[in-house]
Design a protein around this ligand. Structure first.
Ligand code: FNR
Length: 188
């Protein structure tokens, strides 16, 4: 059995450290997880006016989440909260009413920042939203990554062995979480 993980990179930056982190996580993940990025950059700003007739980018977003067994959020913290682009994607995915894409979906959250707090405050905002959207979040381990220059190469290699081991363990735990949730709440 292979599990499909849809992953969100919460940054639109072309030099995103969180995108590098996502590459590292994919490299270090157990072999039976496969990864598909769920892009957020082409979504218009959400309005309920769209609910009756979703634009193609929103249909693609909701289809990608429906096709995934789980979702992984790899995101910076902006002003101690969720980056606006990612929050917009969450709002799209949660609507229209009674078609919330996150219902019972296994999810995990991780993020990197140059600062010592390592996105901890932003992750709490994200966790509150996912909780309201009824996603089945992995609550432990938490992962607040302080990103020093060169920590992850462009290819996703982690240069600090302790952090590499930590990230590998995080992905192993996420895999166990996915299996546990899907045993009780099978998809589709
Ligand atoms: C930041 N940054 C930041 N860092 C942090 O630790 N806590 C914060 O609240 C914020 N707030 C914030 C707001 C805005 C608008 C920007 C552009 C940046 C710094 C941020 O962590 C840094 O730019 C990271 O490199 C962002 O991650 P990506 O885009 O490189 O993945």
């Amino acid at each position: 059995m292979v599990y499909t993980v849809g992953y969100f990179v919460g940054s639109l930056s072309s030099r995103s450290i969180n995108r590098l982190l996502s590459r590292a996580l994919i490299r270090l993940a157990p072999d039976d997880l496969e990864f598909v990025e769920i892009p957020i950059g082409d979504l218009p700003l959400y309005s309920p006016d769209y609910d009756a007739d979703l634009p193609p980018a929103a249909v693609a977003l909701k289809d990608a989440i429906a096709a995934a067994d789980a979702v992984l959020f790899v995101t910076p913290e902006y002003n101690r909260s969720i980056p606006g682009g990612l929050k917009n994607a969450l709002d799209w995915a949660s609507r229209p009413s009674r078609q919330n894409s996150f219902h019972h979906l296994p999810a995990a959250v991780i993020g990197a920042s140059p600062g010592r707090i390592g996105t901890a405050v932003g992750q709490q905002s994200l966790r509150a939203v996912l909780s309201f959207c009824n996603a089945r979040q992995m609550t432990a381990p938490e992962a607040y990554i302080t990103f020093t220059p060169g920590l992850v190469t462009e290819d996703g290699e982690v240069t600090d062995p302790k952090i590499e081991v930590f990230l590998e363990g995080f992905m192993r735990e996420f895999r166990e979480h996915i299996v546990r949730v899907l045993t009780v709440l099978p998809r589709g």
